[in-house]
Design a protein around this ligand. Sequence first.
Ligand code: CAA
Length: 280
Amino acid sequence: MTQAPQETGVTEPPGEEELSRAGLRLTVEGAVARITISRPERRNAMTGRTWTTLAHIGQTLPEDVRIVVIAGEGDIFSAGIDLGMFTPEGVEGERSIIGGLTDGSADEADLDAYIAELQQGFLWLRRPDLVTIAAVRGYAIGAGFQLALSCDLRVLADDAVFCMKEPALGLVPDLTGTKPLVDIVGVHRATEICLTARKVGAEESRELGLATLVVGVDELEGAVDDAVAALLTVDHGAATATKDLLLQAEGNTLEEQCAAERAAQVKRLTTLAKAMAAQA
Ligand code: CAA
């Protein structure tokens, strides 16, 4: 089975103060949640708190939310991790990623646990009960690229630029992006993109399948709204079961996938039959 909403015991959504400290804005209207990465003075660079708060948003979304749209404030999606996170002094109010290793206050196991916590901010975007859309203007660098890769759809403005910068900084992409990148472009192209840390523009992204759609900058909002409207025409139960099936497909043999299709369809038919009986 693929990821389902986590039972974490956390029920209250993040308040304005938590969102603001994380550099995020959140609006929820009916079935649609919109998250905006909002640290324009740092080109929407993200911190550990951005990702723990993203996880908090995922844990506490109202049940009737079906679509999540993630965008950046202004003309950039995100400049990736706040580079201050790699300085010993870190970012104010945040744990430095490297500080504990340099001063000996943290060991490798601590760091592994911390990165696992940060990855939770990205993992929930795969949940089968949601369709997640990255609306990308301008740069999506490093963690920004990985956040876009965590979404089901990437709608790009024609000025969008992806860049997996981590290897150029002596690091690896560790925020859940390597698997979707390889799934989409294949291991050879993914190797070239990561190990040159080069910029991949919107047109190339479309050719590689990284972009679901590329539109003019002024058309981005409208194109995302159209995608949201189209996605909402499908029954939520059918959408959830279908995304669940699609997510399993790659790891299943044909036989296993056929069995999964049958099991899912029997559940759908049972649900539809019950609804018909209730109406009769
Ligand atoms: N972290 C912290 N501050 C950042 C930042 C970042 N990632 N990116 C930009 N800023 C800050 C700049 O320091 C600058 O601050 P001041 O005004 O105080 O000088 C301000 O934002 C504006 O930046 P620029 O003048 O550089 O803006 P630009 O429009 O000319 O360029 C940019 C935009 C191409 C995104 C460029 O800022 C840039 O290359 N940023 C760094 C990108 C980067 O290396 N990110 C890390 C990738 S690795 C990762 O994300 C994951 C990981 O785990 C390692």
